[in-house]
Design a protein around this ligand. Sequence first.
Ligand code: FAD
Length: 266
Amino acid sequence: IYISHSDLKHYHERIFTDLIFDLIKKHKPSIFLFPSTEAGNALAARLAYRCRTGLVSDVLNLELKKEENNLLISDKPAYLGNIIVKITCPETRPQMCTVTMGTFQKNRLKKPDIEREKVQYNFDLLKLRIKIIGNPTRKDKPSATLSDAKIVLGGGHGLLSKENFDKIFKLAKNINGQVGGTRRPIMDGWMPEHLQIGISGETIFPDLYLSFGISGAIQHIVGITKSKTIVAINKDPNASIFKTADYCIIDDAPKILEGLLKYYRG
Ligand SMILES: Cc1cc2nc3c(=O)[nH]c(=O)nc-3n(C[C@H](O)[C@H](O)[C@H](O)COP(=O)(O)OP(=O)(O)OC[C@H]3O[C@@H](n4cnc5c(N)ncnc54)[C@H](O)[C@@H]3O)c2cc1C
């Protein structure tokens, strides 16, 4: 179901809320999902209040119990991401969630047999108490291509310097991989923000995730568990990442990176 109109080019809380609330009343969906963006979170909160239903924000995983009246179980980080809790909304409908962007892999339908229904735009702008005098320039953040990558090289604080971290980008280029990492190298100024993997970054689905000097904080781990094979390099034999990794290499990460770069130089 979609509505198309020039008034909808930019998110407007009143217009979007009114239009979608009317659609919810008419179609009575059991589940309503929003993207966990600034606009998505704002809109979801308003609609949940109007529908007198529950809302789970920043969801990382969803499970549907068809046999229990289509009950949705949402995994969501709590206490600064140190634990993942499961939340359900058994009493009211629709069940609403905002889903963290990049959490699910894109699954293009081979034969799109979706029926589309266009709904007439009927919002009366005179209802607005705020007059729109201009619209913001849209600034999209650079989007990482991590969720489609077959090989991801992850860099952490254990790479020790920007000079070492730059080598990850070189290696990725030589082996046709993509670079991602933890929050630490972003704070260190070694890596741009949009390459963060984890709870507040991307979720990855590669055949191989090779991590260099990453401790394995839960906030990072939730973004890598859908990798087919995880190889971790850390000098500390007790590093948490070894609990998740398929192959554990206890060694100096910058040294191994340098060796791989020499090997794959071409
Ligand atoms: C609300 C919130 C959200 C967050 N979201 C995210 C997120 O989305 N993604 C994310 O990644 N983090 C996130 N974090 C941060 C997270 O908690 C960790 O602080 C971060 O992941 C740690 O990064 P790191 O492993 O690179 O660094 P560190 O924890 O400092 O670990 C460095 C590791 O390198 C190893 N090491 C050191 N020297 C060497 C060497 N020479 N060779 C090999 N290994 C070496 C050390 O043994 C250590 O294990 C979040 C935190 C909060 C509070």
